[in-house]
Design a protein around this ligand. Structure first.
Ligand SMILES: Cc1ncc(COP(=O)(O)O)c(C=O)c1O
Length: 366
């Protein structure tokens, strides 16, 4: 029997996600004592709820988690003044993206998004055998006229990250209004993984739209601001009717007991949240100033990472950085072979990144 013939044809087309090397793998490969990871937009201060905090909550690992996730859903509802029926939790927002795809997409349905953006939208659309349409960004910014023109009555799902990954650029409230007024027969998914970092008044938060539009779904995550990427916890906000459709796809115990406890603790940790946001603003300005000094081009960001580019092949630069213990993300897989994404870290991490980058670029020139 040739098992390759048994595969679902949409699965044949899938390319596995490449998360890059782990810190341990980099240490081992290059024989390094320490590495600085600024590649996955994680929180440089660690988690907003520590393992000790979770331990104090007496999690019973021998029991299944609370399938209703009541306590965390209550906390999220009160954070946003929303009803509990407007919220569903996922094993990271990745899982919610997959549930949304499976909930709404039939083969050949049209999905609309931009390029470059978060790769999971394509993965989910491919799994569902949908037709995937990408509108190029214009000078790294959303091209709203082109997006509007691409929306047709066949558009079933629109995935837009706001701020976008890997550019850090944003949609305004008016952009969202215009998109919604053209979208007559589909769902708009606003992926707000980095929303909390967007301090600019022009940022269009999708949450108010869920009160007025049944076809808007907002995704948020505990992986970035709250530093809980390792526990896998995200949530979708939407009209209760929309959430009840997505809930049909939910596996009963998709969120584990430790994540449920950690989420509730993290939401209350205002001091940690403020420290993270303050650091992001200060360190964004520091990296901009250093890039200006080094004459490196970059895109102004509304998130916790910065895209920078130059007259180089990014994978060569990131490989040199890797050898010196700095992990950043080359953006060739996003179709940007001369661009790199660096997460905003602590001052020590950022200084180390800038010093090592300077060294690597000088090495290139010699
Ligand atoms: C735009 C965007 N959405 C979603 C995610 C995934 O978040 P989670 O860790 O909650 O699955 C990421 C992670 O990098 C992201 O950049």
């Amino acid at each position: 029997m040739n098992i390759n013939n048994l595969i679902n044809p949409s699965v044949t087309k899938l390319k596995s996600y490449n998360p890059g090397l782990s810190m341990e793998a980099v240490k081992k490969k290059y024989n390094l004592d320490s590495v600085t990871k600024l590649a996955s937009n994680e929180n440089p201060f660690g988690p907003a709820a520590t393992i000790d905090d979770i331990k104090n909550e007496n999690v019973s690992l021998e029991r299944y988690p609370d399938a209703t996730s009541e306590s965390l859903i209550e906390s999220i509802a009160s954070t946003y003044s929303l009803s509990e029926q407007s919220i569903i939790l996922g094993n990271g927002s990745d899982e919610l993206l997959q549930m949304i795809g499976q909930c709404f997409l039939n083969p050949k349905d049209e999905v609309l998004t931009v390029q470059p953006t978060f790769s999971i939208y394509k993965l989910v659309s491919t799994i569902c055998a949908a037709t995937y349409k990408e509108i190029p960004l214009n000078n790294f910014q959303y091209d709203i006229p082109a997006l509007l023109q691409a929306i047709t009555p066949k558009t079933k799902l629109i995935f837009l990250a706001n701020p976008n990954n890997p550019t850090g650029t944003l949609l305004t409230q008016s952009d969202i209004e215009q998109i919604l007024s053209k979208l007559t027969n589909g769902i708009l998914v606003l992926d707000q993984a980095y929303a909390e970092f967007a301090s600019d008044p022009s940022y269009g938060n999708g949450i108010p739209f869920i009160q007025t539009h049944k076809n808007v779904c907002v995704l948020q995550t505990f992986s970035k601001l709250y530093g809980l990427a390792g526990l896998r916890l995200g949530y979708a906000l939407g009209h209760p009717e929309l959430i009840s459709l997505i809930a049909k796809l939910k596996m009963p115990f998709n969120v584990n007991s430790m994540a449920l406890k950690a989420g509730t603790i993290a939401l209350k940790n205002k001091k940690f949240i403020q420290k993270t946001l303050d650091n992001n603003e200060t360190e964004k300005a520091f990296i901009y100033a250093e890039f200006d000094r080094l004459k490196i081009s970059y895109v102004e960001t509304h998130a916790n990472f910065i895209l920078f580019y130059g007259d180089w092949f990014a994978a060569d630069v990131t490989e040199k950085l890797l050898q010196k213990g700095i992990i950043v993300r080359p953006l060739n897989s996003f179709g940007l072979p001369n661009a790199i994404r660096v997460s905003i870290g602590t001052r020590d991490q950022n200084q180390n990144f800038i010093d090592t980058l300077t060294l690597c670029l000088n090495q290139k020139e010699s």
